[in-house]
Design a protein around this ligand. Structure first.
Ligand code: PLP
Length: 409
């Protein structure tokens, strides 16, 4: 008889976004005709940049002709895109990585979820609390943890690295041993960024503990503060202890188009394995379970990394960053404790005293008709905060901030 995976069965129900949607629906039923202004999700809203879209159209024209048609490509991604990514890292971050270190994918989420599968089951994950939920859930489903422990509000076997106001939402490396260290900067949900020294502490930890860092840089283009690193490879020694995951979703507007990449340097070390083994295993994993990213998306990716494409991406990023500034300023003026929102599209906002994340969610929905995301949904340390997202049309963001000011001010 087929039995279901005990590891998948350990997963707690995907409570956060379905519950947000359920409460919005319930509120709308009670308040027919009233519009809810949503600053709750991390989904892009603005049109694709023109040049990037035109290059994808051009690729479709090539596919319409049997003489230029192409089917399956390399599982690792098209060589020109891998070369363009390598050049991008060199030109913009001064980092040297060979094109063969880049594995093109259908987005950062699947890579962030799948990367644990090439490490031994007894690898101990260390994850910031709060965090993008994929890191915790993929480690649970991949059998790297114990069960959910209600009392501790977390899974046994995970080293939770608490990120709160006292450490500027950047945890220090843990005191205890861990094998897979998940980091995400600029951070979802807190909007925090890490300095070179803070990242160096993790690189030093990884060297000391024979650990591997998994660095999610999905929001790197939102960084404007010059001293903040965009890539973990800006830290010396990271190329033998860190994997980096990137995305075209939040800079080129590819949330629906789908395209990302993962960097696994040939020099990456893992305990008890020859150098190059992690690279070889990720290649093996991708060749076995993945048939390559869409060739239309990859044409878009190459365009996004060209001079014109980069300009377009940064204009798009600037649009969302202006939204972030509007939200940050509006919430600050009302006296709320606010973090993030500068090198990031997320504003991590403290709840009024005595309110939980869900209380404040309900309050904002009911009073201002604005939906946000309760911080506790990203981990127990997110309690007492909500995440406000800058992804939205400018007019909707302005209306939402105005409504909060009028009805809460
Ligand atoms: N990583 C982080 C931290 C995210 O917040 C998101 C999406 O919101 C992703 C990855 C997903 O990126 P992609 O659309 O490339 O799968």
């Amino acid at each position: 008889m087929a039995r279901v995976s005990e590891d998948f069965m350990k997963l707690q129900s995907g409570y956060l976004f379905p519950e947000v949607a359920r409460r919005i629906r319930a509120w709308q039923e009670k308040n027919p005709g009233e519009k809810v202004m949503k600053l709750s999700i991390g989904n892009t809203t603005e049109a694709l940049p023109r040049y990037i879209a035109d290059e994808m159209k051009r690729k479709i024209d090539l596919l319409l002709d049997r003489n230029t048609y192409t089917g399956y490509g390399d599982e690792q991604g098209d060589t020109p895109l891998r070369e363009a990514l390598s050049k991008h890292y060199y030109d913009e971050y001064g980092v040297t990585l060979s094109p063969s270190a880049f594995f093109v994918s259908d987005g950062a989420k699947s890579d962030a979820a799948n990367i644990q599968s090439i490490f031994s089951r007894d690898s101990i994950p260390a994850i910031q609390n709060p965090a993008y939920p994929v890191y915790v859930d993929s480690n649970v489903a991949g059998g790297h943890t114990g069960s959910y422990d209600e009392e501790n509000d977390g899974y046994s076997g995970i080293v939770y690295m608490r990120a709160d106001a006292s450490n500027g939402f950047v945890a220090e490396p843990p005191k205890e041993h861990a094998d897979l260290i998940y980091l995400c900067f600029p951070n979802n949900p807190t909007g925090a960024t890490a300095t070179k020294d803070q990242l160096k502490a993790f690189v030093d930890y990884a060297h000391r503990e024979n650990a591997v860092i998994i660095f999610d840089s999905a929001y790197s283009d939102y960084i404007e503060t010059p001293s903040i690193p965009h890539s973990i490879y800006e830290i010396e020694g990271a190329e033998d202890c860190a994997i980096e995951i990137g995305s075209f979703s939040k800079n080129a507007g590819f949330t629906g188009v789908r395209l990302g990449w993962t960097i696994v340097p040939e020099t990456l070390k893992a305990e008890g394995a020859e150098d190059g083994t992690v690279h070889r295993l990720w290649n093996r994993r991708q060749c076995t379970f993945f048939n390559g990213a869409s060739n239309i998306s990859q044409a878009g990716g190459i365009a996004a990394l060209s001079k014109t494409g980069r300009r377009e991406c940064m204009q798009l990023v600037e649009y969302y960053k202006e939204n972030a500034r509007i939200i940050y300023k509006g919430m600050k003026e009302l006296g709320f404790e606010c973090y993030g929102g500068i090198d990031s599209p997320y504003i991590w906002t403290g709840c009024p005293s005595g309110m939980t994340s869900w209380d404040f969610f309900d309050y904002l929905l009911d009073k201002a008709h604005v939906a946000v995301t309760p911080g506790s949904g990203f981990g127990s340390a997110g309690e007492g905060f909500v995440r406000i997202s800058a992804y939205g049309h400018r007019e909707d963001v302005l209306a939402a901030v105005q409504s909060i000011k009028e009805r809460l001010g």
